[in-house]
Design a protein around this ligand. Sequence first.
Ligand code: NAD
Length: 297
Amino acid sequence: MKFLVTGGAGFIGSHLVRRLSSRGPVTVLDDLSSGKRENLDGLACTLLQGSILDSAPLAEACSGITHVFHLAALVSVPESVASPARCHEINVEGTRRVLAAATQAGAQRLVLASSCAVYGDEPAMPKTETSPTAPASPYAESKLAGEKLCAQSPLPAVALRFFNVYGPGQDPRGPYAAAVPRFLEAARAGTPLTIFGKGHQTRDFVYVDDVTAALEHAAFGPSLSGVYNVASGRSVSVLRLAEIVLTLTGLRSEIRHAPARAGDILHSSASIEKIRATGWNPSFDLATGLQKILAAG
Ligand code: NAD
């Protein structure tokens, strides 16, 4: 067996590379647009620096591959709004090319990183895989289009809809950084934890090791098909997350409220029964996952 992780130098990708490297040789194809070479320091893998849109590095990366984990993407929702054509090119055309190259190379299975963003802000909760989709950004639309490409592919391909993934190595910087790394950084620095709006908005935070276990399960476990939610199955409010961060760190930063951000989804809650029925279960609750990040330093 030989594995390709596109986007393997990114946050989730580098955790996946660590997990896969005990199973067999891992190739990473990453253009390092948001990922970092340092994320792969000490990991047994071959990094090919290049874009999934370029046929030569893609063909090289797919040579002899048995399983493909397609994580490379333009991941920023605001960036997708600013550059919808670029988002479509990387996330839709890129996925089409990765599927074609993997099929051509004789790969056995492909797993696509999709997103809960495909559900949009429809009020019905929890989201099951049969809930209506209502993509509210070019990013969400591109993920839905990627799922459809997987469904039409001759190569067995499954899409996992990740909810809010958190874990060590996640970037706390940038105006749209995820809440967990932002809150942890603020608590450690003794600066206020900023919540946009009242903090009553809910999210399902899923620990990165559970996500990489789901990717591994989808590639090597029972033959999955279609789309599956990957989440903890428990949503918490952003205000509660901030309180848990302060309790666990024992630090005394204040919680400050900034104006709500336009376009932020109000509630997000996942049903994980479909993937549970195939044998995958999350292992980490929020407090345990946060403690693991704190222990990682
Ligand atoms: P990330 O930005 O850390 O990783 C994405 C990686 O893809 C980066 O290393 C980047 O350099 C690479 N990349 C981008 N364009 C590329 C291209 N054209 N060719 C080759 N490589 C390219 O983001 P992440 O959080 O690790 O996300 C990984 C995947 O999971 C993405 O597909 C994302 O949409 C999906 N996802 C993430 C979350 C989350 O909470 N982090 C939630 C839902 C879905």
